[in-house]
Ligand binder design. Structure first.
Ligand code: SAH
Length: 234
């Protein structure tokens, strides 16, 4: 079976990996949105004491924060350098996360129904077959567990904001970070969830105000959004 990953995408993250924890570097947006998404996940799925999987964890910004909330976190990615950076950062933070280089589809075959919470943030728009990732995440969840997917919507506004605005005008992200054709509408993601046996339970937008430089969660899902889904069960 061929692996559901784009080597060029994995290399892109590998090249920048040493800058992952630089709050003023290329990954600054991830650092800035982290407290917002962490609160959101914790509110819906209450992380303390839960078994959590972070898919496409990169350098571990979210994985560490969830572990600090008392979750037992596994982080997986297919880019080696970000995983090394994530592993090294544990020495600095003193936090415990189990990092592994494995495809989510392979982990689903190995450990089905093992996690209370699966997060997959800013990753689906970098993979060839996002529906396959959603399906694997669903398999990895215990009944009653929650999955959180964050990605970019696909419409003229998201093209303008996420590519022209973020990569060219405001330079929040390196040019070429995102490919518009891979953006995913919430309706498409929700349909992928339904086909994987998950019920969509929450949809929230993530916005950036370039004047105040403040990120916020709210009803505007036009550009960035987080979809929460639940596997039926107790
Ligand atoms: N989820 C993290 C990092 C987002 S950056 C966060 O939000 O803080 C996107 C990450 O997805 C990178 O680390 C990249 O290596 C990873 N990625 C891309 N394609 C992948 C794939 N097919 N399988 C696993 N990880 C992948």
């Amino acid at each position: 079976m061929s692996i559901n990953a784009d080597p060029a995408e994995l290399d892109k993250f590998g090249e920048l990996a040493h800058r992952w924890w630089d709050r003023n570097g290329e990954f600054r947006p991830l650092h800035e949105i982290n407290p917002l998404r962490l609160e959101h996940i914790d509110r819906i799925a209450s992380l303390n004491g839960k078994m959590v999987l972070d898919v496409g964890c990169g350098g571990g910004i979210l994985a560490e924060a969830m572990a600090a909330r008392g979750a037992q976190v596994t982080g997986i990615d297919l880019s080696e350098k970000p995983l090394k950076v994530a592993q090294l950062h544990l020495l600095e933070s003193g936090i415990k996360v189990d990092y592994r280089s494995i495809a989510v589809e392979d982990l689903a075959a190995e450990r089905p129904a093992s996690f209370d919470v699966v997060t997959c943030m800013e990753m689906l728009e970098h993979v060839p077959d996002p529906a396959s990732v959603v399906k694997a995440c669903a398999m990895l969840l215990k009944p009653g567990g929650h999955a959180f997917f964050a990605t970019l919507n696909r419409n003229p506004k998201s093209y303008l904001f996420a590519i022209i605005g973020a990569e060219y005008v405001l330079r929040l992200l390196p040019r070429g970070t995102h490919d518009y054709a891979r953006f995913i509408k919430p309706s498409e993601l929700s349909a992928d969830c339904r086909r994987a046996g998950l019920d969509t339970v929450n949809l929230i937008g993530m916005t950036y105000n370039p004047l105040t430089r403040v990120y916020a969660l709210g009803p505007d899902t036009d550009v960035n959004y987080i979809l929460a889904a639940r596997k039926p069960g107790p």
